[in-house]
Write a new protein. Structure first.
Length: 97
């Protein structure tokens, strides 16, 4: 049986002014959904389309707990987290492909 992966991620808009934290089992599909703006939501309204941070988990409960922890943190903490692995705020989905 294949090991299932879950991701906690932070995405932003092209100007890096909005931060969105989410959880998914498929980063590529989820970012595609954000970019297509098919559902009116926070991410569509604020043009969230760039993956700038993610963590991988094998347990959905751990991924959700981490998402809640990140969401509860200040903007400053989120920025420090992103900068710890991606100081230039590059789109990590492009690098992954």
């Amino acid at each position: 049986m294949l090991k299932k992966s879950y991701f906690t991620y932070i995405a932003t808009n092209p100007h890096n002014t909005v931060l969105y934290t989410g959880v998914t089992n498929n980063l590529t599909r989820r970012l595609y959904e954000h970019r297509q703006k098919r559902i009116f939501s926070f991410t569509a309204r604020y043009n969230v389309r760039k993956l700038v941070y993610f963590e991988e988990y094998s347990d959905i409960g751990e991924a959700i707990a981490r998402e809640k922890q990140i969401k509860a943190g200040s903007r400053r903490k989120k920025l420090a987290l992103i900068k710890s692995i991606n100081p230039q705020f590059e789109d990590l989905l492009v690098k992954e492909a």
